[in-house]
Design a protein around this ligand. Structure first.
Ligand SMILES: NC(=O)C1=CN([C@@H]2O[C@H](COP(=O)(O)OP(=O)(O)OC[C@H]3O[C@@H](n4cnc5c(N)ncnc54)[C@H](O)[C@@H]3O)[C@@H](O)[C@H]2O)[C@@H](O)CC1
Ligand SMILES: Nc1ncnc2c1ncn2[C@@H]1O[C@H](COP(=O)(O)OP(=O)(O)O)[C@@H](O)[C@H]1O
Ligand SMILES: [K+]
Length: 465
């Protein structure tokens, strides 16, 4: 199975070719795909009538297989095509269907509509009349399914090339494609699923290094753990002390054994477990027991704040860099970063740091930024991408939109620093942090504020043990 890999159209073709090279004919794979989709349609819609729209390529081929399978289940099913099959497998699928094929422009609607017009082979927008017809038939159906992708969506960047209807279910074949994760495409359906067609997408598959963020596996502290072994985090406080307090508490709740707030004696409302130390303490940032530093949340944009960032960088510790620290860091400051660093920019901070990476998918942009900076980059937004300098990336596409409230970024930065202190692995830590952040938000329910997230972290961790 795909194991959460997210492929481009070319990478998907390469993965399919590898499967064919093992001696499995293309048509057999098409039959697996069509049957898997038909089972889903059957499960959702039972015996309600179905209209399958078939295109000229292998997506259309899948459509004929779906129709044949549904007919075997006794479902009233009709097929309408926009053109004759153009591939050998699609021709065979149509022959094996053997039933009538209606003209898409003239056919009657049905209770359920299956869109098998185009998948990963789409190269341009649909003709306006065809796109209009697709939308019209979808409007008259109660259930609308996309086979692999809605017809009119660009596989690799999720752009909408021509009007697409709203789908109830999008059924990806063999592995996720980038469009399944990216906006605006991913807003075109209510639910999606990835169906097994026998592809083995191991790390040898090109593109398999980009994956959907999965629930991490965490473990309780070792039997002989003590607070320093579990990880000491130092959070550099600045002008807006509340931000650093949110981060510090998130780091502690993420599993760090000991969290110090540096230079924030004035904060009275951080938990008592967070230890305040003076920034004048000689080893506030250089204590060899520190496992991770966090600098940025609430730091401020003054020269004094810049000086704090410089001091933190000079300490050479593993580090999470967020918010105002990203502002001070500026373009090209990469040599100053320690070897194990996590940068957590939102879109505005990202563009300021990487002005030439303003265009493209968030996946490519985050990967390019990570390769350039040598740091793990978390490009935050409705879809967040965690990218490592070695080309790995994880996509978090399911975070609740209630996260769009002030202070949630500070919590995420604290989670990154906390997990970094626990594991020492910046990419793994950032993935764990983003997942825990989204899960804490789900557990907090609607209309939460950033402080509420802190109380969901423990139960989010519990779900990962
Ligand atoms: N290759 C395989 O082994 C398998 C492929 N599968 C299916 O095959 C799909 C990919 O098949 P194809 O590569 O044949 O591609 P598609 O079926 O997506 O469409 C490609 C065909 O449409 C034409 N075309 C592209 N854009 C068009 C437009 N806007 N208007 C009119 N014609 C247009 C192309 O010239 C080509 O003939 C996948 O999405 C999946 O559904 C599955 O059957 C699983 C196995
Ligand atoms: N519409 C949204 N849907 C899901 N998550 C979102 C959305 N908007 C923001 N987020 C998440 O909320 C957090 C906001 O962080 P940030 O922009 O740094 O805010 P702040 O600086 O106010 O704390 C990020 O983790 C981001 O991914
Ligand atoms: K389709």
């Amino acid at each position: 199975m795909s194991g959460g890999a997210i492929l481009t159209a070319a990478e998907m073709r390469a993965a399919e070719q590898a499967l064919f090279a093992t001696g499995i004919p293309e048509y057999d794979v098409m039959v697996r795909a069509g049957r898997a989709v038909a089972e889903m349609v059957w499960r959702v819609g039972a015996k309600r009538d179905v209209l399958v729209l078939c295109g000229p390529g292998n997506n259309g081929g899948d459509g004929y297989v779906i129709a044949r399978r549904l007919r075997e289940h006794g479902v009233p099913v009709r097929v309408a095509a926009m053109a004759d099959p153009a591939t050998e497998s699609a021709k065979r699928a149509r022959d094996d269907w053997g039933g009538p094929v209606e003209d898409i422009m003239a056919c009657a609607p049905a209770h359920q509509l299956v869109d098998a017009l185009f998948g990963t082979g789409l190269t341009r927008e649909l003709d306006a009349s065809l796109a209009g017809r697709l939308c019209d038939l979808a409007k008259q159906a109660n259930h609308v399914y996309a086979v692999d992708l809605p017809s009119g969506i660009a596989t690799d960047d999720g752009a909408i090339l021509s009007p697409v209807p709203h789908y109830h279910l999008c059924l990806s074949l063999g592995a996720w494609k980038r469009a399944h994760m990216l906006r605006p495409a991913a807003l075109c359906w209510d639910q999606m699923a990835c169906l097994d067609i026998g592809l083995d997408i191991g790390m040898a598959t090109p593109g398999a290094a980009v994956r959907r963020l999965e629930k991490p596996r965490l473990s309780a502290p070792a039997d002989d753990a003590h607070k320093y072994r579990r990880g000491l985090v130092a959070v550099v406080a600045g002008a807006m002390a509340g931000a650093a307090a949110l981060s510090a508490e998130a780091a502690a709740r993420a599993g760090a054994g000991y969290v110090r707030l540096v230079g924030a004696q004035a904060i009275v409302d951080a938990p008592h477990a967070i230890v305040r130390v003076s920034s004048r303490d000689e080893d506030a940032l250089t204590d060899p027991r520190i496992a991770a530093l966090l600098v940025g949340p609430g730091l401020g944009r003054t020269e004094a704040a810049a000086q704090k960032l410089r001091a933190a960088l000079e300490a050479g510790q593993a580090m999470a860099v967020d918010a105002d620290a990203l502002w001070h860091l500026g373009e090209g400051a990469w040599p100053a970063l320690p070897p194990r660093a996590i940068l957590t920019p939102h879109e505005g901070e990202f563009v300021r740091l990487f002005p030439d990476l303003a265009e493209g998918t968030p996946i490519d942009r985050a990967l390019a930024a990570a390769a350039r900076s040598g740091a793990v980059v978390v490009l935050k937004g409705p879809v967040s991408v965690i990218a490592a300098p070695d080309g790995r990336a994880a996509i978090a596409d399911r975070a609740p939109s209630w996260l769009s409230t002030a202070g949630t970024g500070d919590v995420l930065a604290g989670l990154c620093a906390g997990r970094l202190a626990v594991t020492g692995d910046p990419f793994g830590a950032a993935c764990e942090a983003v997942w825990l952040h989204g899960e804490a938000a789900r557990r907090a329910g609607p209309a939460f504020i950033a402080d509420d997230l802190l109380h969901g972290i423990g139960s989010a961790i519990k779900a990962c043990l």
